[in-house]
Design a protein around this ligand. Structure first.
Ligand code: SAM
Length: 282
């Protein structure tokens, strides 16, 4: 009988808990100057991208991450035109952003090999986006980029790895301060913010740091089974409340593009927090 192969992921914030994925085939393994990139094909989740042994995305549930990272801010901002993504080298985030009539999206990823490997193994996520003339790719450390560049952005999305390895700097308060200075007055900051069950202290500190920079700070939730369940994002702005009824033209346009996860009801529901989380962040 053929031997079963399993991939075990040990979460950064949950040392006593492991996720196991039954492997169909290992497709790619490469050490870059920044991280170990792996692509495996699995039985339940389809193809999966891992960085330094941590799940970044799977074909099965990437929609629940990318759609929910992007659409709550895009539909709430009155006219998002100039967007910045820090991280996001797999292309899923820009795929969602490009569903709107924007002028430009700049993607800053430290590791160009993540972009290249994703284009090879996840064309449905990354092919269209990186060919779109509205996309500018910068291979740089996000912290350096926001410190040195002079443009102002309507929305900044932080689509980073977990806060370990090269992504650790992307949760530090200096990066938040420099990043927030890159936003227009009514700009929005959205960041992937880890598992609220496994990383409550991280989420508390991160939201507290955002509160020093923004008047409106909200946590919202999605579900990503391959990350271990419920997943948090943070939304921050000085002017824009994601629950204010502003979702007009772009909102209707986006609904015609065939989303798998996001809809007007999930938008309302995702900001409704369970008690443990509401208490944690207030
Ligand atoms: N959806 C994913 C998650 O939450 O697990 C994030 C995936 S995306 C592939 C993360 C990207 O962040 C990677 O491509 C990585 O190269 C990039 N990254 C990590 N640290 C970075 C930094 N300091 N500056 C810019 N990009 C960074």
């Amino acid at each position: 009988m053929a031997k079963e192969l399993w991939y075990t992921e040990k979460g950064v914030f949950s040392p006593g808990f492991q996720l196991n994925f039954k492997i169909k085939e290992s497709l790619h393994k490469e050490q870059t100057p920044y991280q170990l990139i792996e692509v495996i094909d699995t039985y339940t989740f389809g193809k999966m991208l891992l960085l330094d042994g941590l799940v970044m995305l799977t074909e099965l549930d990437e929609c629940a991450y990318h759609e929910m990272l992007v659409h709550p801010a895009m539909v709430t901002h009155p006219d998002p035109q100039n967007i910045l993504v820090i991280g996001g080298g797999d292309g899923g985030t820009i795929r969602e952003i490009l569903k709107y009539p924007i002028k430009k999206v700049t993607l800053v990823d430290i590791d160009k090999r993540v972009i290249e490997v994703s284009q090879e193994y996840f064309p449905e996520l990354s092919k269209g986006g990186f060919l779109d003339p509205r996309v500018e790719v910068v291979n740089a450390d996000g912290t350096q980029y926001v410190k040195e560049q002079n443009e102002k952005f309507d929305i900044i999305f932080i689509d980073s790895t977990d806060p370990t390895g090269p992504g650790a700097v992307l949760v530090e308060s200096d990066f938040l301060k420099d990043g927030a200075a890159n936003l227009v007055e009514d700009g929005i900051w959205v960041a992937q913010s880890e598992s609220p069950f496994f990383a409550p202290e991280f989420l508390k500190t991160y939201t507290n740091n955002l509160k020093k920079l923004f008047k409106i700070v909200k946590v919202y939730l999605t579900e990503v089974p391959s990350y271990g369940g419920v997943w948090a994002f943070t939304f921050a702005s000085n002017k824009i409340d994601p629950l204010a009824p502003k979702r007009t033209a772009p909102f209707h346009r986006i609904l015609r593009t065939g989303l798998k996860y996001y809809n007007p009801e999930t938008h309302q529901a995702c900001f409704t927090l369970p008690e443990y989380l509401r208490t944690l962040i207030t």
